[in-house]
Design a protein around this ligand. Structure first.
Ligand code: NAD
Length: 414
């Protein structure tokens, strides 16, 4: 959604659980301040609080009221703090429910190092990757059958009767939880299309499909096949597929050479290759500079984005956007969870939520405000005054509380 000419915008927001209130307070004031500085009163944000999570439950007895979903549909944008999901029982994830209700199929997570950020790498400047995580399917579909539930028993008896060979693969058929992992052609191809389009608009050179298709052949393996198809068919003039190139070599009986990426870049095309997930994780640590854009399934994307984030300061600093490119709805959120262990003690790093706010401004065409926010954050971190998570990783830094850190960012935007 581009709204370059608009002067006022209403942004619905969800404060979130745990550290949500602390990081939201600073984020809201920095977003307001950046708009004021960038547009000198010509543009303004009207904030509209909507509810989800514990605050919502306290207010109306519902964790995710329908009104919240409808407001996001109406205004097409929103920003949210983290929401708690209990482990092993209780309510299902509200984050997943929001993504599903609004069909926010692209989870876009940019991870980039800048000077001043801690890193375990010798060359952190090589880290500049954007992860496109498919957001609606996979194990997150929530088709779960607890051990000895009715559905579990029905599924097992169906397997036993109709597919005895598969049934025999259950190592223990008693007390076994079952999850279904749907991966469709449609969902795989729309995330790939979004990634290629984003690569074209942002002059990126490479897309790596990450999957575990050697083991889960008909879900993760199919994801690989279907995503390659988009590059090879819908975007054949813009993309150079490693799969096609390798097949051609094999057909011609030639040995594998190592010049395919160079060839693609020389031709001005986006080079599309793929990696098996475990290899991708190893390479993310050993050679993160090899990654430019990653397209992957939901669970891989969840793990991989936190792993990449750990290379440039951690989950406290990496932003996230959930977008449906057809309806134009975008929900921007902190990458991390509700961090109950540090809630209420002024120790939370607000940068992930703030940088997600900057992504929201870019999304609506308010790039000047986005850029001021990023500059303020970078300058403050470079001054060595940082929240506790960054302080723990930076030897020459001074720890400041969340609220003071936000004041320093405002000073640096001035
Ligand atoms: P978490 O991200 O909340 O915390 C993991 C670790 O990172 C903790 O030690 C925490 O203190 C630290 N941390 C996280 N954010 C930080 C920040 N901004 N500043 C400083 N330190 C920070 O992950 P978790 O403990 O696995 O999950 C807690 C809850 O959050 C769970 O209920 C989980 O389901 C939920 N969660 C929500 C989202 C979301 O809302 N999108 C994402 C992930 C987890």
């Amino acid at each position: 959604m581009q709204k370059e000419e608009i002067s006022n915008v209403t942004i619905p927001f969800i404060v979130g659980d745990g550290i949500g209130a602390e990081i939201w307070k600073g984020t809201q004031s920095i977003m307001d301040y950046a708009v004021q500085m960038a547009y000198n009163g010509q543009r303004e944000v009207q904030w509209k609080e909507i509810y989800a999570g514990e605050k919502s439950y306290r207010q109306c007895g519902k964790y995710l009221p329908q009104e919240t979903i409808e407001t996001l549909q109406q205004y097409k944008i929103g920003i949210k703090g983290p929401l708690t999901t209990p482990v092993g029982g209780g309510i299902t994830s509200l984050n997943v429910a929001l993504r599903k209700a609004l069909d926010l199929y692209s989870c876009i997570r940019p991870v980039k190092w800048f000077s001043g950020l801690p890193s375990p790498l010798n060359h952190p400047e090589n880290v500049d990757v954007v992860i496109f995580r498919e957001n609606t399917e996979d194990i997150y579909a929530g088709i779960e059958f607890p051990a000895d539930s009715e559905g579990n028993l029905v599924l097992k008896s169906l397997l036993e009767e109709k597919f005895p060979f598969e049934y025999a693969k259950l190592r223990y058929s008693q007390d076994v939880g079952l999850d279904i992992k749907p991966i469709s052609k449609q969902a795989s191809q729309r995330i790939m299309r979004a990634a290629i389009q984003w690569a074209l608009s942002n002059q990126r050179q490479k897309i790596t499909i990450v999957h575990k298709g050697n083991i889960m052949k008909y879900t993760e393996g199919a994801f690989r096949t279907w995503t390659y198809e988009v590059a090879e068919q819908d975007f054949k003039d813009a993309c150079y597929s490693k799969r096609v190139w390798l097949n051609t070599l094999i057909e011609k009986g030639k040995v594998k050479a190592n010049s395919d990426k160079a060839k693609a870049i020389e031709k001005g095309k986006i080079y599309v290759d793929d990696l098996i997930a475990d290899n991708a994780f190893a390479k993310a640590i050993a050679n993160p500079g090899d990654f430019d854009i990653v397209v992957t399934t939901n669970l891989n994307g969840d793990y991989l984005s936190d792993a990449f984030a750990a290379l440039v300061g951690g989950i406290g600093i990496s932003p996230s956007a959930n977008i449906n490119h057809e309806t134009g709805v975008g929900l921007f959120e902190a990458n991390h969870g509700s961090a109950e262990d540090i809630a209420g003690v002024d120790k939370a790093n607000p940068c992930s939520l703030m940088l997600s706010g900057a992504m929201l401004f870019d999304f609506i065409g308010w790039s000047e405000a986005a850029s001021l926010m990023r500059t303020g954050i970078i300058m403050t971190i470079q001054s060595g005054n940082v929240p506790s998570d960054l302080h723990a990783q930076l030897s020459n830094s001074h720890e400041v509380g969340t609220a003071h850190f936000c004041e320093l960012i405002i000073d640096n935007i001035k």
